[in-house]
Design a protein around this ligand. Structure first.
Ligand code: ZN
Length: 84
């Protein structure tokens, strides 16, 4: 992983950061479909047609999702945790 320091501080859990407008806040972590979930979803859809199973990971599995970190007060996007 060669992510910069700014990105490395954001993970799956809420973190304490300083919002430009509100000061010290604990972010609201919200899973969002990321590139990885689309890749897995596409891959699984391709295999699903063959195998007959239709699991869609971008809908049911949060472990492949990116996580947006929003300020709980002003809802500004403070950071994003990307898996890839
Ligand atoms: Zn704020």
């Amino acid at each position: 992983m060669t992510s910069n320091v700014r990105q490395a501080m954001f993970g799956e859990q809420p973190v304490k950061v300083t919002c430009a407008q509100c000061g010290d806040v604990t972010t609201r972590a919200q899973p969002v479909p990321g590139l990885l979930s689309y890749l897995l979803g596409g891959l699984l859809c391709a295999f699903g047609c063959i195998c007959g199973c239709c699991l869609i990971p971008c809908m049911c599995c949060q472990s492949v999702q990116d996580v947006d970190h929003n300020c709980p007060k002003c809802m500004a996007l403070l950071g994003r945790y990307k898996r890839i």
